[in-house]
Every structure is written in C-alpha cells, then in structure tokens.
Design a protein around this ligand. Structure first.
Ligand SMILES: Cc1cc2nc3c(=O)[nH]c(=O)nc-3n(C[C@H](O)[C@H](O)[C@H](O)COP(=O)(O)O)c2cc1C
Length: 315
C-alpha cells in the first residue's frame, strides 16, 4: 500500500479527524450517539428514517448542543417525509448527507447548492458509477454482511471493484468493527469506513439493553436475511418474527400475509427491547462484538490498531 498526497482528502473535505462514519441508523443514530462519534473524531450521522421534519430539526439542534464537531444526516429516500427532510438539511447548514434506500439523483442539485457533500450508499458497481456521474462527493460501498437493508455482494468483493470504477472517495461498510477492519478497508482502496453494528452496541447508543445484549450474545451465524421475495432484503438477528417471516417466504405465502410482521419491528427492538417480535437489525460482525464499550474507546482502538498495521501516514 502506498500513501499518496490525496490520501486524506475525505477527512479534509469534511473537517473530521478520522475517516470513520457512524451509519445513519433509523431510531438508533440519535443525538447522544451522533455527538459521541463526532466528538471522538469521526463523522456522526443522524438516522432520519421515520422522522417528521420538525423532529429532524430538533435532533440537529440537540447534536449541536452536545458537540461543535461536524456531523451529517442520513436520508432514507423512500421516507414519506423525504421532501420536507431535504428542506430541513438544506436549511441547517450541515456538511454531509448520506443516502439510503434508492437513488438520490433527484435531490443531488438541491443538496449540493446548499453546500452539502453527498455520499450515497451503493450495493453494486453500476450504481457507484451512476452516482459519481450525478455529482456525488463519495460513495459508501455497503456489503451484504451489513445490518439493515442489504444488497447481495460482500464487502471484500465490492469495495475494490467500486474503488476501481470511480475517482471519488469510497467508504467501506459492512462487517467492519475494529482496527483490523479499518486497515483492511484502506488496503482495498477505500478512504474510510462506516459502521452500524459496532456503534449500535456502544454505551452511548440509545438502544434498549435487551437489543444490545442480544447482539453481543450472537455468533457469526446469528443473523438472517428476510424480505428477498418482496424486493426488500433486511438482515437482522434470527428470532420468532424473522423465523415466521422466512417460513412464509419459503412456503410461497402471499406477501399480504407476512409483510406486516416486520412493520414497526425496529422500533419494538430499539425502544421496547422486544426480542420476539422486534426486528433486531444487525450485521454478521455481531459475532465479533463481545462487550458494550464507549464510542471513544471503539474509535481509539481502531485508530491505534490500524496505524500499527498500515504504512506511516496512512491514517
Ligand atoms: C439497526 C440498523 C438500522 C439501520 N438503518 C439504516 C438507515 O436508516 N439508513 C441507512 O442508510 N442505513 C441503515 N443501516 C445501515 C448502516 O447505516 C450501516 O451501513 C451498516 O450497519 C454497516 O454494516 P455493519 O452493521 O456491518 O457495520 C442500518 C443498520 C442497522 C444495524
């Protein structure tokens, strides 16, 4: 691995210390967690999925009360409030937006006119190319081992191919939870990483203890992807709800009979700690996570380990 002059363009572009993004997780990436990641030198990202515009505005203000470091907002493009949410982020003067669940091209110009750097999540090379042509400032190449909504290609396969296909910074996501993962992603050509599952189990994550404990107890085979048959694959811990969902899919039941099982499931997991009917979204890397630790410690370990493994100046 060589370290070229442009190696730090991502951190320079965003005014952050380390190229580590918090995945913008709906219901999870709220002010305490977002501020903790930004204060520790990464990029905290608010998960705006399911938030009314006034809720998003309040959350942005809450983060600002906790830290003066830069942070971003994740926009879920299928959210019914998406138009109003775009309006809020354009007004708020935040430096970065990440986007999930769809194609952000219709909003790209508005976001960029507001001076916001746009980082779409991409599960495949073709979409990465399209996003780069549409003016994205970077892409988040997310492998299928991730928690939440997933594509089909693994991180190890996807990241170097996306890096070869585009000239903008690539951020690797899916299955990264420590300094070894950060170093590996940079060796593959990525310029940063995004993590969901690891931060979900941090001290600062406003997530029910039952959910955190279940992720910590899980091994690498503990998750399952449901929803492929209805075009909405989601990775979560296997439990009563996902087993029933998967059973209906395998039996070819009509979608109306089972798609409602997961509705509101992430809320039930995050707020109520409902281990039976909740959607305990997390990635395969859950198997590696052994304890609940503060965000600052997670980032410190990552930077120290990766710095030891990589050539000088890489981080
Ligand atoms: C509980 C949970 C909720 C998520 N919600 C969103 C979301 O609202 N928008 C989004 O773009 N990605 C979402 N993700 C994906 C994360 O932002 C991140 O890309 C992913 O977790 C990375 O993989 P990892 O879990 O292996 O670290 C979610 C992930 C989890 C675990």
């Amino acid at each position: 691995m060589t370290v070229d002059a442009d190696a730090h363009r991502l951190t320079r572009m965003l005014g952050i210390r380390y190229p580590i993004f918090l995945g913008g997780m709906a219901h999870v990436s709220r002010s305490p967690l977002v501020a903790a990641v930004s204060a520790a030198g990464g990029l905290g990202v608010i998960g705006s999925g399911g938030m009314p515009p006034e809720g998003l505005e309040a959350e942005i203000n809450a983060v600002r009360r906790l830290t003066d470091r830069p942070f971003g907002v994740n926009l879920m493009l299928l959210d019914p409030n998406i138009e109003a949410q775009v309006e809020v982020v354009c007004e708020a003067g935040i430096p970065a937006v990440t986007t999930g669940a769809g194609n952000p091209a219709p909003y790209m110009n508005r976001l960029k006119r507001a001076g916001i750097k746009v980082f779409p999540v991409v599960p495949a090379v073709a979409l990465a190319r399209r996003m780069a042509r549409a003016g994205a400032d970077g892409v988040i190449a997310e492998g299928t081992e991730s928690g939440g909504h997933v594509g089909e290609v693994t991180t190890l396969v996807l990241v170097p191919q996306v890096c070869d296909a585009v000239d903008i910074p690539v951020i690797a996501a899916g299955g990264i939870a420590d300094g070894r993962g950060l170093a590996a992603a940079l060796v593959l050509g990525a310029e940063g990483v995004q993590m969901g599952t690891r931060f979900l189990t941090s001290v600062e994550a406003p997530v029910h203890e039952n959910f955190k404990r279940a992720v910590i107890k899980a091994n690498e085979r503990g998750t399952i992807v449901t929803g492929r048959t209805i075009g909405a694959p989601v990775r979560a811990l296997e439990n009563k709800m996902t087993k029933e969902f998967a059973g209906c899919e395998a039996a070819g039941r009509p979608r109306e009979e089972f798609e409602t099982l997961a509705v509101g499931g992430l809320r039930r997991a995050v707020y109520d700690g409902d281990l039976e009917t909740g959607s305990l979204m997390c990635g395969q890397i859950a198997g590696m996570i052994g304890e609940v630790v503060p965000v600052g410690e997670i980032i410190r370990e990552m930077v120290e380990t990766a710095s030891r493994l990589l050539p000088e100046g890489a981080l």
